[in-house]
Write a protein that binds this ligand. Structure first.
Ligand code: GDP
Length: 367
């Protein structure tokens, strides 16, 4: 028997598992939901169009000043199906058009936070239902938080908003319209934002540690991405011709800002991170940390409610018949308690693991 025949005989076949998984997920397609938060005029829609090479906002109505003063924050959701080399992505952009424009910001915070909760609740309900095969994942996987270039650091309004969101969603901070800042100003603003986040204990999205077996090129890219956050971006809807090449850019009397040029802005780094390298990690953190947190709270509430109901039932029945024993209810409660205990153990383990990998996401989990 030659080498090849022996090889084929010893071949069981599970080496094709990655291909099977790949084929299945390609067929099913991917969901990704991105929330954009920041006041009007900061370039949110332009950035989204630049990132996904689309025109999601062509039918947009720009509200006038009176509208903005009176307006409460309303959520606008846009979905588009994109296909690239046979891979389908169902991209949903959740825009919060009135954020920060109204005099009372409390409304903005409440609406954004309630939207994120509502998607978790819907997913929790679907997951507990009978037909789980065709569940749609509308949970918010990432929130792009826009800081204006004229801010000197994070403002009170930013801190309040982030405080309400950081335990529910992956926040990625971007400095908008960075072409209006000098390189030194960008550097200063980035440092101040990072200091503010630390001082106020706001946990924005933490990049995972790069595996040691990755190639050097990938490791270098990972280092550059981490060093660039918070990303100072420039975006544009206009395509210009520069040196025979067509680029998205902004034409000024003194020259052109090329959106994709890394010396002009962090736009390409943000796009790489969000789409090419960390989209799946953003989804994993949403599932493993933020959603598990929500789910544990839900189960705990259900269990407490059941306990109260049981107590009530027992009290009522004791009045009539002291011999009644609620064995089924007791069993159900024990099961629920056991499930909560298991989830809490799981979360603690996860917390330990995350702590070990460079304190990643540790304080996000709040059991
Ligand atoms: P949104 O209200 O936050 O969605 O803001 P828009 O995307 O509608 O942009 C508002 C204005 O800012 C438009 O005139 C854009 O052309 C302009 N704009 C968008 N991005 C940038 C940028 O990076 N730099 C500069 N200077 N202007 C920008």
């Amino acid at each position: 028997m030659n080498e090849r025949e022996r090889g084929e005989r010893d071949y069981i076949g599970f080496a094709t598992l990655p291909e099977q998984v790949h084929r299945k997920s390609v067929k099913r397609g991917f969901d990704f939901t991105l929330m954009v938060v920041g006041e009007s005029g900061l370039g949110k829609s332009t950035l989204i169009n630049s990132l996904f090479l689309g025109d999601l906002y062509k039918n947009r109505k720009i509200s006038d000043v009176q509208d903005r003063i009176e307006k409460t924050t309303t959520i606008e959701k846009k979905t588009m199906e994109i296909e690239e080399r046979g891979v389908k992505l169902r991209l949903t952009i959740v825009d919060t058009p009135g954020f920060g424009d109204a005099i009372n910001c409390e409304d903005s915070w409440r609406v954004c936070s309630a939207y994120v909760d509502e998607q978790f609740r819907q997913y929790f309900t679907d997951e507990s239902g009978l037909n789980r095969r065709h569940m749609q994942d509308n949970r918010v996987h990432c929130c792009l938080y826009f800081v204006p270039p004229w801010a000197h650091s994070l403002r009170q309004v930013d801190l309040e908003m982030m405080r309400r969101l950081h335990r529910k969603v992956n926040i990625v901070v971007v400095i908008a319209k960075a072409d209006s800042l000098t390189a030194a100003e960008v550097k200063r603003l980035k440092t101040r934002i990072l200091n503010d986040l630390e001082e106020h204990q706001i946990q924005v999205y933490q990049f995972p540690e790069c595996d040691s077996d990755e190639d050097e090129e990938f490791k270098q890219q990972d280092r550059e991405l981490k060093a660039a956050a918070p990303f100072a971006v420039v975006s544009s809807d206009t395509v210009l011709e520069v040196g025979g090449k067509r680029v998205r850019g902004r034409q000024y009397p003194w020259g052109i800002v090329d959106v994709e040029n890394p010396r002009h802005s962090d736009f390409t780094k943000l796009r790489t991170m969000l789409i090419s390298t960390h989209m799946q990690d953003l989804k994993d953190v949403t599932q493993d940390v933020h959603y598990e947190n929500f789910r544990a709270q839900c189960i705990s509430q259900i269990s407490q409610h059941a306990m109260r109901e049981r107590g009530k039932l027992k009290r009522d029945s004791m009045g009539n018949n002291t011999d009644v024993v609620f064995t089924d209810t007791d069993r159900l409660l024990l099961q629920k308690d056991e499930e909560i205990r298991r989830m809490q153990d799981m979360l603690t383990q996860m917390q330990e693991k995350l702590k070990a990998s460079d304190k990643k996401h540790d304080s996000i989990i709040d059991v």
